[in-house]
Design a protein around this ligand. Structure first.
Ligand SMILES: *Cc1c(COP(=O)(O)O)cnc(C)c1O
Length: 427
């Protein structure tokens, strides 16, 4: 058993396993009775308190939540019984902003506490592997936070130019490391670094991928908030939530929300052509393999790191998982078709990830159900792709334009662990 503090500061357990909360606290009925009248911050505080309240004093936790959530995520009616929860209203226009920011603040809180206790400071180094969105969200969430240095590992030539500039132009405590390989290579390097004795003796390391509990659990806020928004409209009774999934951190947070009592009827995990989880749902066999590149590149994951958490949460029972979660898988062609048809029929512009979510709901919703898909990124983050599909010229929000004006700085490296290790040892 480990303290929350250890789980956040270390990221990955010593046995290479993922930390799981020992017990999941249900929220009281009164919370659900009033949720539709509460602000995003208020909802999130209640949820955060259930997760972290034993380890963080309430005043600090409130500060962390309020600092994380200075924006709202509207639920937009798209078509029939299908709604889009737009998670892209944070600083980098991606849903990972919330987890990243929350984790940065919580880590800072614990470090300050440790410093007070033993008088020692010591820099903490955050390692994060990204296929695009994680890197930008984590880099921006941690930017300028005292006592923490962030290394963002990303695959050369495989993230969009707009995404790349969101973590390569920041400077300060953020270093972008370009790896000659694919996302899985980046993830493997990060995992190896955590397991390496010499490195751990040399520097304090932690992870900001969704394997870190402080990164993925705050994503549960969104599910409560979606429920509240739909309840306000009298639409929350048979709610199905569809989460476009890659590493399965986001949907895992939703599954935790359900365990805490949130009345979500069932979940759909929408996949692109990387269909390892979809296949698992069909026959109970988990067959991880290298990822393939798709239009929805933040979901290009061949061995989802939170699969173990989902499996654990359901007592390693395939039947129990199938009861709560169904899956879909879509080719690039299907994603493009969906972006086109949704736009034509409704005027709504989906990004390639959200398009998987929309399509899954339009195929899988049953009579009497209301579906909400998580629109995980602003379409302008995938402007090239979306413009090509829609023959459009979608506007780039000012927040994104600002990043594109900066100067790109990075360190280039092979995918060999020896190189990465040598580099970190020199720090
Ligand atoms: C990260 C990401 C996903 C996948 O989320 P997971 O938690 O890895 O399953 C989906 N869409 C976008 C835009 C993302 O950035």
């Amino acid at each position: 058993m480990a303290s929350l503090e250890k789980a956040v500061v270390k990221g990955l357990a010593e046995d290479k396993g993922l930390y799981m909360p020992e017990h999941i606290k249900a929220l009281p009925q009164s919370f659900f009775d009033n949720i539709q009248d509460m602000s995003f911050q208020e909802i999130a505080y209640n949820v955060a308190d259930a997760f972290f309240g034993e380890d963080v004093d309430s005043e600090s936790l409130r500060e962390i939540v309020n600092d994380t959530l200075s924006f709202d995520c509207p639920v937009v009616h798209v078509n029939g019984n299908i709604y889009s929860l737009e998670l892209f209203h944070g600083p980098t226009l991606a849903f990972k902003d919330v987890g990243a920011r929350f984790m940065a603040r919580l880590l800072r809180y614990f470090l300050a506490k440790e410093q007070k206790a033993d008088g020692k400071g010591g820099l903490v180094n955050v390692l994060v592997a990204t296929s695009g969105d994680t890197g930008s969200a984590v880099a921006n969430g941690f930017l300028g936070v005292d006592g923490i240095h962030v290394y963002v590992l990303y695959p050369k030539g495989k993230v969009s130019p707009i995404q790349e500039c969101q973590f390569t132009t920041l400077g300060k405590n953020i270093t972008a490391v370009e790896i000659d390989g694919v996302f899985d290579d980046c993830q493997a390097l990060v995992k190896s670094a955590f397991m390496d004795k010499d490195l751990n003796a040399h520097m304090k390391l932690t992870s900001a991928n969704s394997i870190n509990v402080a990164r993925f659990l705050p994503q549960a806020f969104y599910y409560f908030y979606a429920y509240a928004q739909l309840k306000k409209q009298g639409k929350a009774d048979n709610l199905v939530v569809c989460t476009p999934s890659g590493n399965f951190g986001n949907i895992c947070a939703g599954l935790f929300a359900k365990k805490m009592g949130l009345p979500i009827k069932r979940f759909i995990a929408a996949n692109n052509a990387n269909s390892v989880f979809y296949e698992f749902l069909q026959d109970g066999k988990y067959n991880p393999r290298p990822s393939v590149q798709t239009l929805a590149n933040a979901m290009d994951v061949g061995d989802p790191s939170n699969f173990a958490r989902v499996y654990d949460l359901y007592g390693k029972s395939w039947e129990a998982i199938c009861k709560d979660i169904s899956g879909t898988t879509y080719s690039d062609e299907m994603i493009a078709d969906t972006i086109r048809s949704v736009y034509k029929e409704t005027g709504y512009v989906c990004d390639p990830h959200g398009a998987c979510g929309y399509r899954a709901l339009s195929e899988c919703l049953q009579n009497g159900e209301v579906g909400v898909f998580l629109e995980t990124a602003h379409p302008a983050k995938f402007k090239q792709t979306v413009d090509q599909i829609l023959s459009s010229d979608i506007e780039i929000p000012a927040k994104l334009q600002a990043f594109m004006k900066g100067t790109k700085q990075n360190v280039s490296m092979t995918k060999e662990f020896a190189d990465f290790k040598q580099y970190l040892m020199s720090k």
